[in-house]
Design a binder for this molecule. Structure first.
Ligand code: FES
Length: 108
């Protein structure tokens, strides 16, 4: 498996998550306020909630349901009730394309 096009850089708005599905894996892509692009698992580990419906705050993405904020850099929740991390995917940029291999997660 190799990296595939997930979206374009130009369609990403700062601090507005974009949900994509690659090979059946839901991924939340976030361009943060430093213009860094992150990709983490979209499903909150506390419940079946799409993290893309949540709120970006700095380098975190907060689940709207019960308020767990997940680090965009490590995938770890910074507060309860979630305690399991979400996967963090390697992002490559090729021109205007955001490329992600959904089978490869970062070791963090
Ligand atoms: S479902 Fe996300 S914190 Fe509860």
């Amino acid at each position: 498996m190799s990296a595939q096009r997930a979206c374009s850089v130009s369609e990403l708005e700062q601090d507005t998550p974009l949900r994509v599905e690659l090979d059946g894996i839901a991924i939340s892509i976030v361009k943060d306020s430093d213009d860094e692009i992150h990709a983490i698992g979209d499903r909150c580990t506390h419940g079946d909630i799409s993290l893309s419906e949540g709120f970006v705050e700095g380098k975190t993405l907060e689940c709207w349901a019960h308020g767990s904020a997940f680090s965009l850099e490590t995938g770890h929740p910074l507060n309860l009730p979630a305690y399991e991390p979400v996967p963090v995917f390697v992002v490559e940029i090729d021109g205007d394309d955001v490329l992600i291999d959904p089978t490869v997660t970062k070791e963090v």
